[in-house]
Write a protein that binds this ligand. Structure first.
Ligand code: NAD
Length: 492
């Protein structure tokens, strides 16, 4: 049985004390491996290795760092199937989705490799003669990455690739549920010749290892993705230390279906966004806002198709809905469904799936409530499971209001054939991502990823926006006039 170890300064080793945690397959409860659990001393060791590597890594020209990323992306591509199978076994997501996630990491690698030859600054005219002015990006220093289990390689790549391409060195703590993916990812970095100390992998719990990272004085920036509750703690601790911090947190994403919509297309989008990854995506749809004129048709078609979804072990190519990550997640979903029975009308689902064919895995029936009030708990709180709340509305204006009536601000979608509604929705939906005639999931890596309000704190992952997280701007003025020239004074 494999034991996943830390990777510090180019060496694989177990944490002191040999404390371990079992890694379980959510599809059947089978023990897949053990993972070492680190304490603050391992974090200190990893930070020291990152600091030591920083002085040479930041001097490597960015195009050269980009070329290394290109090789890493090629390796990921070569190992796509192997990584996808591992991902399904650890995380449970159906194999097709696992392949999609690995592809996202490949895309991010190639994209950031190219950025190594851009990393644009601005060259601007100086306001005084014989003077040049320009800006350039510099690495922040030691980057602490804290990532969740639901996209163990995609989210890691959104952070890791821009961090190292821009010259930072990294201490990474992945989620304890998916350490195998982190191990496989770092082994590829190692095989491709990433110098020791540039990326250090530390396994452990959030409460111990994660906290030790956030509190470590030599980690200059924390890039975190996870729940709002954890994000608040990370922000408070990082803020007290004036540490740069980028947070990507929860969502309560809505799909609006207007009366002009192609209802069959909307049903496709709702099923994919609501029940894909068993609703365990930060961008998963959990609210459906429907115009009353098409409510009956939408509900009838949605329930019919939901009941046909194939639920089971994600290694089966035909499976559309896989298991929930763990028993705790399953209990949380069922708790909300119990609340939902008081708050709306249950149309389908609502049960933990326990019969023998589910082999003791953590399965939950795709569940739909209707006639839910916008203020209901199931329409406001993140459930992180296959549960949809349908909220009927009488107008487009009301739909927009309900869409924006959320503490979160990650993703919105609208199905309509009315071009005026499309552009109004683009302007007025107050989320970081908006889709038209598509569900709430499906981001591409070359645009910024993240949200407004309590979903984030103003930063974005992926795209060139991620460069803003991992670099500081330096503005440079070169005066070759041979005399003192005072800006704003000598030229006015
Ligand atoms: P989580 O907050 O429990 O854990 C995320 C990471 O933080 C893990 O590595 C965990 O070990 C660590 N952690 C936990 N407590 C910590 C602490 N006190 N200090 C430092 N680190 C700590 O989240 P999760 O259950 O793994 O992931 C699901 C959540 O992530 C959902 O809320 C989902 O919406 C969110 N998410 C957001 C995005 C996004 O980009 N907005 C993407 C994916 C997931």
């Amino acid at each position: 049985m494999p034991v996943y170890h830390n990777y510090v300064d180019g060496k694989w080793k177990e944490a002191v004390g040999a404390r371990r945690r079992k890694v379980l397959n959510p599809a059947n409860g089978q023990v897949l491996a053990n993972v070492t659990l680190s304490s603050a001393s391992e974090v200190t060791e990893a930070v020291a290795a990152a600091k030591n590597a920083y002085s040479s890594w930041e001097k490597v020209p960015a195009p050269e760092r980009g070329e290394l990323l290109f090789e890493i992306a090629q390796q990921l591509k070569q190992k796509k199937e192997e990584l996808s199978q591992l991902l399904t076994s650890e995380n449970g997501k159906p194999i097709q989705e696992a392949r999609g996630e690995v592809q996202e990491a490949i895309d991010m690698g190639f994209y950031m490799a190219g950025e190594g030859r851009r990393l644009f600054g601005q060259a601007v005219p100086a306001e005084l003669p014989n003077k040049q002015a320009f800006s350039m990006r510099c690495p922040v220093g030691i980057a602490g990455l804290i990532t969740p289990w639901n996209f163990p390689i995609a989210i890691a790549s959104w952070k890791m690739f821009p961090a190292i391409m821009t010259g930072n060195t990294v201490v990474w703590k992945p989620a304890v549920e998916t350490p195998g993916m982190a191990d496989a990812f770092v082994r590829i970095l190692e095989e491709c010749g990433l110098p020791p100390g540039v990326v250090n992998l530390i396994h452990g719990t959030g409460e111990e290892t994660g906290v030790a990272m956030v509190e470590h004085p030599d980690i200059d920036i924390i890039s975190f993705t996870g729940s709002e509750e954890t994000g608040r703690q990370v922000a408070a601790k990082a803020g007290a230390r004036l540490k740069k911090v980028s947070l990507e947190m929860g969502g309560k994403n809505a799909i609006t279906v207007m009366d002009s919509a192609d209802i069959d297309l909307a049903v496709d989008g709702i099923l994919w966004s609501g029940f894909g990854t068993s609703g365990q995506r930060c961008t998963a749809a959990s609210r459906v806002i429907v115009h009353r004129r098409v409510q009956d048709e939408l509900e009838r078609k949605l329930v019919e198709r939901t009941k046909q979804l194939k639920i089971g072990n994600g290694t089966d190519e035909a499976v559309e809905v896989g298991p929930i990550i763990n028993k705790k997640g399953l209990e949380k979903i069922h708790h909300y469904v119990t609340i939902g029975k008081e708050e709306g009308k249950l149309l389908c689902g609502g049960q933990v799936l326990r019969d023998a064919s589910y082999q003791g895995g953590n399965y939950y029936e795709p569940t739909i409530f209707t006639n839910v009030q916008p203020e209901a708990r199931i329409a406001q709180e993140e459930i992180f499971g296959p549960v949809l709340s349908i909220i009927p509305v009488d107008s487009f204006t009301e739909a927009l209001k309900v869409n924006n009536n959320s503490a979160f601000g990650l993703s919105s979608s609208i199905f309509t054939m009315n071009v005026n509604e499309v552009f109004q929705a683009l302007n007025e939906m107050d989320t970081g991502i908006v889709y038209v005639n598509a569900g709430t999931t499906g981001a591409e890596i070359h645009l910024p990823f993240g949200g407004t309000k309590t979903t984030g704190n103003g930063h974005r992952d992926s795209g060139t926006a991620s460069l803003d997280v991992f670099t500081e701007w330096k503005s440079v003025y070169v005066d070759y006039s041979g005399k003192l020239q005072r800006a704003q004074i000598d030229n006015n």
